[in-house]
Design a binder for this molecule. Structure first.
Ligand code: ATR
Length: 268
């Protein structure tokens, strides 16, 4: 029987995950079925359990259900625990395994696809919501020289770095703390790009040769336009992160790592 997978969210029609995972399966000549499932806001658990009962092997979870997926999981990976969110569920004999591959996708895109090693780099993360929390552990694992998290609401940035602040080169502040910082890598993890809001990060944000990374994909955001105007050497959107997180989910389920660059070229 063909193994069944799905992405669950609300809304879900825009999801690229079915196309990406079916293409990954073709890379290995594997036969899988992957669909998009819309769940009503109050029907996450019911919908997941129905999918398991129908023989489903795994699910990707997107907004607004990543926290519910965390709570539904019988076992959590370290990165899911750190992210306090689950984007990948695996249904096994031992129950529901919850993992989070978002941060892996970001770091993989930056280091592997964009060719920039994060070791010894001065990194700035803008934003302290779920998207930022999802990537901090994998970013720290890449051994940057420093990691500054800034947010409009300073208290949220401070709360975010709490687990690591005593033994990692991580700090938090308001936007003012980033001004003139000349960072090597600046990652926009706010949702401002979705509403075309401008982030007031000031001048001299970028060091020579810097990378500006927008987690939103599919559009030129105000953050990206500002980065170009300020002379960031490379400006990337989050499509590679999307494909990278999908690839790591596929690896968890299927035991083989897809070719992310090939998939990215196809999508672009
Ligand atoms: P997500 O899961 O996408 O991270 P979230 O948890 O709602 O969504 O977090 C949104 C993030 O974008 C927050 O860091 C938010 O800043 P606040 O915590 O101060 O609200 C940030 N954000 C959204 N719109 C913004 C804007 N116009 N300017 C600055 N920050 C913005």
């Amino acid at each position: 029987m063909t193994d069944r997978y799905a992405v669950i969210g609300n809304p879900i029609a825009q999801s690229k995950s079915p196309v990406i995972h079916m293409a990954f399966a073709r890379q290995f000549g594997q036969d899988i079925h992957y669909e998009a499932i819309l769940a009503a806001p109050d029907a996450f658990e019911r919908t997941v359990r129905a999918f398991i009962a129908a023989g489903g092997k795994g699910m990707n979870v997107t907004a607004p259900f990543k926290l519910e997926a965390l709570m539904l999981s019988d076992h959590l990976s370290e990165r899911a625990r750190a992210a306090q969110a689950v984007n990948t569920l695996s249904f096994t004999q031992d129950g529901i395994q919850g993992d989070n591959t978002d941060g892996f996708g970001l770091v993989f895109d930056i280091q592997h696809c964009l060719g920039r090693l994060l070791a010894d780099q001065r990194v700035l993360v803008v934003g302290a919501g779920g998207a930022a929390r999802g990537v901090l552990l994998p970013l720290l694992r890449a051994r940057p020289a420093s990691l500054l998290v800034v947010n409009r609401s300073v208290d949220k940035a401070q709360a975010l770095i709490e687990p690591w602040k005593h033994d990692q080169p991580i700090a938090a502040g308001g936007f003012a703390a980033a001004r003139g910082g000349r960072f090597d890598v600046v990652i926009n993890a706010t949702s401002a790009g979705l509403s075309d809001s401008v982030l007031d990060l000031g001048q001299d944000l970028y060091a020579p040769g810097a990378l500006a990374y927008e987690m939103v994909y599919g559009r030129e955001t105000a953050f990206m336009a500002d980065a170009r105007a300020q002379g960031a050497a490379v400006v990337a959107d989050g499509l590679g992160m999307l494909v990278g997180q999908a690839a790591e989910s596929f690896r968890l389920w299927r035991g083989v790592m897809p070719d992310v660059t090939q998939m990215l070229n196809q999508l672009r």
